[in-house]
Design a protein around this ligand. Structure first.
Ligand code: HDD
Length: 753
């Protein structure tokens, strides 16, 4: 309703982009760095949340009030007409402006990422907590020497990119897919890239299989169909022949693969990493990002419709939220365990298809990340940001997970392909804030001007600078793990159990979540032409997770349901409620949820004002939707301006719906198919609906199954709130219904929408 789209409940401190370096935007620090020929911040200088932005200020360009020039600074008099031999004659080669403009254009595109091509990103900071509860450890220094994790007053700048995996750069956001969650920490000891996903396990166990996985899931090679979808023969062919994929498949068929927003999903480092302290002692660690807003999902029918209505749904909503002052926040948590603990688990911690269940090792929050700054330029920042799991800082190290080990090669290699140069780290968004000096001085597009004659070591000409740093003074030292073994191309026997955790995941789902997984499997496999692939999925994989599950899938895809459980089906009935989106919900905030209000002339302004102000006080964002843009007039002569008309507002773009009373308004809505469809679809997607007074007539007209409707006292029936005599009470009940997000008990199959 408000012009700025929102009423932020809490604004983070302003993040000034311009520094006090005058019109050039140069800070004193960057000037002195420039003078000394250095880029970055020396380790003696403090890094704070603004350090990266200040560094970027050096390369920002602002055309405001400026004259058009060539790339080489020559002012241009005409950029519309090429230079010709006579008014109607051919274009002349000497037209340097035409040549430059066209060449730049012809070379604008760079290769898209081979996976994770579609994404968006934002700047922010990371800050360790004052007194994290680390269980048996007193503070983080006992676990790691990473300096950015030590001081709760220090904010380290970060840039995070979220992505889908399979689709190309222009594909839709809301497809069924894993989401990438990659964060670059610009620490004072160099960049640390935590390149994770929103699902804590992976499809395969060895990086060697990655090209096969990606070839199978990408569009098929002959016709390049389908885009951004796993629902086709080649993917399920591969999956059905790789039982280790089963656990990941369970997650991908669940709501985890349909996040409501990037701001509302967890992130995971996936692999086991190591933390190493000053003494050189190491513990294993799993990294977890937990969103401050609940983890929430969309529903499948909704995601497909959004993909058409607004393919930029997730990208736009992250951008809008930050611009409106709602800086999204995540907690960084760690699961800490040592070699002895690892030996006790019934799985191998080096196997990336396994989680360390939170029932075994709790997640201990150690700090928070806040994303509070949108990029200025998508290409320069989001497209050119380049992550590499091999970017670690002292105190963080790798494990021998064979998937991680392979990634340590692949990311450097892929950046060479994307940027055509080993100097991709010099691109501003990738450049560390920490100072850097070495003897790499050449290559395509070298930016730095390194002074001095000696670009080798050892040297006497330059006093042997730049010097190596001993480990105890901050030099990176790899953890001295003792390794013995034969050279062998094999898979460890400890990686062989593919079904126990897949079953744990299935057991941990609520009934509606189980139904969603069954429906998703039916959808995906119904798109598979080859019967033998469908059969293998049911008999070889699903029937080894849970017999009932396998039968339910089989029934929907023309496969004969298995009579017995699979030979390898584990019999355990372990559960972990943290794996279920619904079970882990805190359900008390409606902050940033988008609510549509359907009105026409003659609406009840008391209803509208009371409900809207309650919702906005709780941090929700409200949009008035009417048949056309312009003002709607209330019974009492008040007016409200429609933010959206039915031409652009669809129920799938909102989290909940409110229909105020007012006889004339509701009579008009009853004439509008769009309004009735809005109600039916909101119901079908299990979202909260509220209708006050005569507004309930619109609900009655849609004939919602198994819903109790009242037009006097407030009644809340599976997320459908009706009544309105006591408006305050009514509005509060609606807030509670929105906080639950989706009302899974509904059975909306008979609602046509
Ligand atoms: Fe990867 C990109 C996450 C396995 C090879 N990966 C990429 C991105 C994310 C992940 C978030 C996008 C980064 C960005 O926003 O620019 N990848 C993962 C996770 C994995 C994983 C969590 C398993 C735990 N990846 C993986 C393997 C390999 C790769 C096993 C190859 C051996 N990934 C790549 C890549 C990409 C990439 C081809 C494409 C673009 C890029 O690296 O920068 O190198």
């Amino acid at each position: 309703m408000s012009d700025d789209d929102s009423t932020p409940t809490e604004r983070d401190e302003e993040q000034p982009k311009a520094t006090d370096g005058g019109e050039t935007g140069e800070s004193d620090e960057s000037r002195s760095d420039a003078e000394s020929g250095r880029t970055g911040t020396s380790r003696d200088d403090d890094i704070d949340e603004n350090s990266k932005q200040e560094q970027l200020d050096d390369v920002r360009e602002n055309p405001e009030g400026e004259q058009l020039t060539s790339d080489h600074g020559v002012k241009i008099s005409d950029t519309d007409n090429s230079l010709k031999a006579g008014e109607r004659g051919p274009t002349i080669m000497e037209d340097f402006h035409f040549r430059e403009k066209m060449t730049q254009f012809d070379h604008e595109s760079i290769p898209e990422r081979v996976v994770h091509a579609r994404g968006t990103g934002a700047h922010g900071y990371f800050q360790p907590y004052e007194d994290p509860d680390l269980g048996e450890y007193d503070d983080l220094s006992e676990l790691t020497k990473a300096s950015f994790l030590q001081d709760p007053d220090q904010k380290t700048p970060v840039f995070t990119r979220f992505s889908t995996v399979v689709g190309s750069r222009g594909s839709a956001d809301t497809v069924r897919d894993v989401r990438g969650f990659a964060t670059k920490f610009y620490t004072e000891e160099g960049n640390w890239d935590l390149v994770g996903n929103n699902i804590p396990v992976f499809f395969i166990q060895d990086a060697m299989e990655f090209p096969d996985l990606v070839h199978a899931i990408k569009p098929e090679p002959d016709d390049a169909i389908p885009q951004a979808s796993s629902a086709h023969d080649t993917f399920w062919d591969f999956a059905s022949l790789k039982p280790e994929i089963t656990h990941m498949i369970m997650w991908v068929l669940s709501g985890r693969a349909l996040p409501r927003a990037y701001r509302m999903m967890q992130g995971f480092g996936v692999h086991t990493f190591r933390l190493v302290n000053e003494e050189g002692d190491s513990k294993f660690v799993k990294f977890h990002w937990t969103p401050k807003l609940d983890t929430s999902q969309l529903v499948w029918d909704e995601t497909q419709k959004i993909a058409g209505k607004n393919p930029d749904f997730n990208r736009q909503e992250l951008y809008d939220a930050i611009e409106a002052g709602y800086a999204p926040e995540w907690e960084l948590g760690v699961q800490i365990f040592d070699e002895d603990d690892a030996a006790e688990f019934d799985f191998d911690v080096l196997d990336p298809t396994k989680i360390v269940p939170e029932t075994e090792v709790p997640v201990r929050p150690i700090g928070k990340m806040v994303l509070n700054e949108t990029p200025d330029n998508f290409f320069a920042e989001v497209e050119q940001v380049a992550f590499h799991p091999g970017n670690v800082v002292p105190g963080i190290d790798f494990s021998n997970d064979p998937l991680l080990q392979g990634r340590l090669f692949s990311y450097q290699d892929t950046q060479l392909n994307r940027f055509n140069s080993a100097n991709w780290d010099e691109i501003p968004i990738n450049r560390p804030v920490a100072e850097r000096h070495n003897n790499q001085r050449a290559g395509f597009m070298r930016q730095e001007i390194n002074e001095g004659k000696a670009s080798y070591k050892p040297n006497s000409i330059g006093d042997d600078d730049p010097r190596e740093t001993p480990e105890n003074e901050g030099g990176y030292e790899h953890y001295a793990e003792k390794i013995e073994g034969q050279k062998i191309r094999n898979r460890s026997e400890s990686f062989e159990d593919h079904f126990s955790q897949a079953r744990l995941f299935w057991n941990s789902m609520t009934d509606p979540e189980k139904q969603n997984i069954v429906d998703a499997a039916r959808f995906e496999l119904s798109k598979v032409d080859r019967m033998e692939i469908r059969e293998r999925m049911v008999y070889d994989l699903f029937n080894n997770v849970d017999h009932e599950f396998a039968k339910r899938v089989a029934e929907g895809i023309g496969v004969e349901p298995p009579e017995e459980p699979g030979d390898e089906m584990p019999t355990h009935d372990r559960e972990d409620s943290r794996l279920s989106i619904e079970e882990r919900r805190d359900a008390d905030s409606i902050e940033t949820r988008k609510i549509a209000v359907l009105v026409d002339d003659g609406y009840d302004s008391d209803h509208l004002e009371t409900v809207v102000s309650t919702l906005e006080d709780e941090g929700a964002r409200v949009k008035v939707v009417s048949k056309m843009l312009g003002d709607a007039e209330a019974e009492n002569g008040a007016t409200v301006e429609a933010d959206k008309s039915h031409a652009t507002a669809e129920s799938v773009l909102f989290d909940a719906l409110f229909v105020p009373g007012g006889e004339d308004s509701v009579d008009a809505l009853l004439e509008q198919g769009d309004a009735k469809h809005f109600v039916a679809e909101t119901f079908k997607h299990k979202k909260p609906i509220a209708a006050a007074g005569a507004g309930t007539d619109l609900l009655e007209a849609v004939d919602l199954p198994d819903v109790e409707i009242a037009d006097d006292e407030t009644v809340s029936s599976d997320g459908v709130v009706t009544g309105g005599d006591d408006l305050e009470e009514f509005a509060e009940a609606f807030v509670d219904a929105i906080a639950e997000h989706r009302h899974w008990k509904r059975s909306p199959k008979e609602v046509p929408a």
